[in-house]
Design a protein around this ligand. Structure first.
Ligand code: ZN
Length: 321
């Protein structure tokens, strides 16, 4: 357990007296209350999380998480098992223990991924329709593109040969399966890479047994900001521009919350974030292309070329705008 102000380790968060009176502990180092969120209502805690208050994040990912996880026994070591029976018993115990221990977190991940799948589906469909119906003489592009090479002019026929165009010819359940695989793969890679770089490369949290869980929970809490656009689907603000603004806000939430929890420099966190985003971008779609093209290499090559052409077209447009 830590003090949410100075982040130094403390013995306890509060003392319970015989008449059930609770006294919050004061930090011996900074003299502030160790964790005022012990007494604060969940609704207020949620608002403070939205406002990126450092105390709210530290209360949840350090103190609250440690209190919860310490109630469960640690996983049994499988290397020390003498027989297959012993090994299987230890394995079953570990699996059961894992599901009980991370039940609340897994439910939150499931909720978040479900929303993320739906939002990705909606956004990709809007983008597909937008790019397919876009013409060379649309908006500012024509004004600026008169003196530019042809490669910078918008060519909507590229859109007809991309992986997205193939996906939208499938039945809705198969489309859902595709977007579910996309989102699960994307979140898994993001989560694994961020945790690997912070723990293994920057050597953060070597003194804590819960360092892996702390980073995972921080990503989960800040990733929640990505589902804000679900509210925008209710009101008529679901334009591509407003959705991309929200995506950038969500990225800011992830960077800021990692900074609050790890106390690493912004430079290190932004470096990791950019690297991980590039890794995701270069791995998620190519992996799915392999499956969509059914491991047919000429088809894979063609789809990757079309995706690259689309990327060039998009970047050309963004530069012009
Ligand atoms: Zn303190």
């Amino acid at each position: 357990m830590i003090c949410i102000t100075c982040m130094r380790p403390v013995e306890s968060l509060y003392t319970v007296y015989s008449n059930d009176h609770i006294q919050l502990t004061d930090c011996p180092f900074c003299k502030e209350t160790v964790d005022k969120y012990v007494e604060i209502d969940n609704a207020l805690l949620f608002i403070d999380l939205l406002l990126l208050k450092s105390g709210a994040y530290r209360h949840l990912v350090f103190n609250s998480l440690e209190l919860h996880l310490s109630k469960y026994p640690r996983a049994k070591a499988l290397n020390n098992c003498q027989s297959l029976r012993e090994y299987m018993q230890a394995l079953i115990f570990n699996i059961k223990n894992w599901f009980c221990k991370y039940d609340r977190l897994n439910r939150l991940w499931l909720l978040l991924i479900s929303f993320e799948i739906y939002l990705t589906w909606v956004t990709e469909e809007s983008k597909y329709i937008y790019y397919l119906n876009r013409h060379d003489n649309d908006g500012k592009l024509i004004v600026l593109s008169k003196n530019l090479p042809e490669s910078f002019q918008w060519n909507s026929s590229i859109m007809r040969n991309t992986i997205t165009s193939k996906v939208f010819t499938w039945s809705p359940p198969v489309q859902y399966l595709y977007f579910a695989s996309y989102c699960i793969l994307d979140i898994c890679l993001f989560h694994t890479f961020i945790r690997h770089f912070i723990l293994k490369k920057l050597h953060w949290g070597r003194d804590s047994v819960y360092s892996k869980d702390i980073i995972s929970y921080t990503i989960l809490l800040s990733y929640g900001a990505k589902i804000f656009p679900i509210l925008m689907l209710i009101w008529p603000y679901d334009t591509l521009i407003s959705m991309s603004i929200i995506k950038w806000v969500a990225n800011f939430y992830i960077i800021e919350s990692l900074k609050i929890v790890t106390k690493l420099s912004y430079w290190n966190i932004i470096k990791i974030f950019v690297l991980v985003s590039l890794l995701r971008y270069c791995s998620v779609k190519p992996i799915l292309i392999f499956f969509v093209a059914k491991f047919n290499f000429p088809k894979i090559k063609n789809l990757i070329c079309q995706e690259f052409m689309l990327l060039l077209q998009k970047s050309g447009t963004y530069l012009l705008l």
